[in-house]
Design a protein around this ligand. Structure first.
Ligand SMILES: [Zn+2]
Length: 315
């Protein structure tokens, strides 16, 4: 396999798909992670516990959801590590802290959006950071799940830009028409989850735990322009704009993806049970509701409940 950035031999192991510093609030401290990988297309849930998590009673080594072997070469891995540490130190660890407020300019837009502009980091660094994560996430989904998010052309343009950033070549024109809206929640660090769906494309929506990213690869429609024009980050800016409030906006986006994942999960899950037990969709939907009602165990989550019903039928 070749490195997804430079196309040389991919010899690095343990590469993060989403940087550890960005997802730590979703999965807990390194080696103490507890995370759920929700595969909505297959209606399955895998639980991953880090090796030092007390709930990890298994000696079996499970794939860490956010790490992969042989997708990057060591050189690209090392260059990405430098980029990631710059963003972690100058932005992730500071933007919510009052004592660093001088590092950021704050703006309140007329439409209610709250923006911060990091003074210490240039826009190109932010773009390279987020585009590199988008590239890694999309390539992994393509390789492992046969799921295509970006078009081949978009993916190649992003690869060129990221490669250019890491190796000091000016490939900025590859993404000159693309716009990113970078969204964080200034008031809370609990984040969202790591997910994307191929059902959103204007804009594409990516969830990288704390960060939610909207990517416009073509001109936004009137509503998109009206809402987000003052929050767009393109390659011509010198400083980035990060949309950090109001909290309700972040919450709306969190819910949007959660509902999409849950819908797909439920539909595909019931269909899976139909295949296993030969009953109709309606019959199984009723059975599923009865299953939740009659269960003695607490069903903390609809998707977990459905997964148990699938297991009951041997799936
Ligand atoms: Zn490489």
């Amino acid at each position: 396999m070749n490195c997804i950035i430079c196309e040389q031999t991919a010899n690095a192991t343990g590469s993060h798909i989403v940087p550890a510093s960005l997802i730590k609030n979703c999965v807990g401290k390194h080696y103490k992670e507890e995370s759920y990988e929700i595969d909505s297309n297959n209606s399955s849930i895998n639980t991953y516990f880090g090796r030092d998590n007390l709930k990890n009673t298994s000696t079996e080594i499970k794939q860490n959801h956010y790490k992969r072997d042989f997708v990057l070469c060591q050189k690209c891995e090392d260059e990405l590590a430098k980029l990631e540490s710059e963003i972690a130190v100058d932005f992730l660890q500071r933007f919510r802290e009052d004592k660093y407020s001088n590092n950021f300019e704050e703006l309140n837009l007329e439409n209610g959006f709250e923006i911060i502009i990091p003074k210490k980091t240039n826009n190109k660094t932010f773009l390279a950071y987020f585009y590199s994560i988008i590239l890694r996430e999309c390539k992994i989904l393509e390789i492992e799940d046969n799921m295509q998010i970006l078009s081949d052309e978009e993916s190649e343009n992003i690869r060129k830009f990221v490669f250019g950033y890491l190796y000091n070549q000016d490939n900025d024109s590859a993404i000159e028409n693309y716009k990113l809206v970078i969204i964080f929640d200034k008031y809370c660090n609990k984040g969202s989850y790591v997910a994307t769906s191929n059902e959103f494309e204007k804009p594409y929506l990516f969830y990288f735990c704390e960060a939610i990213i909207q990517l416009f690869t073509s001109n936004p429609d009137d509503l998109g322009t009206y809402l987000f024009k003052e929050t767009f980050n393109d390659i011509n800016l010198t400083k980035s704009k990060i949309l950090v409030g109001p909290q309700e906006f972040y919450e709306t986006l969190r819910t949007k993806m959660a509902e999409k994942l849950a819908d797909t999960f439920m539909t595909k899950g019931i269909l899976k049970i139909c295949k296993l037990n030969g009953k109709s969709y309606e019959e199984n939907l009723i059975e599923y509701h009865n299953f939740i009602e009659n269960s003695t165990e607490e069903m903390e989550n609809k998707m977990i409940a459905l997964n148990k019903l699938i297991e009951k039928y041997g799936g």
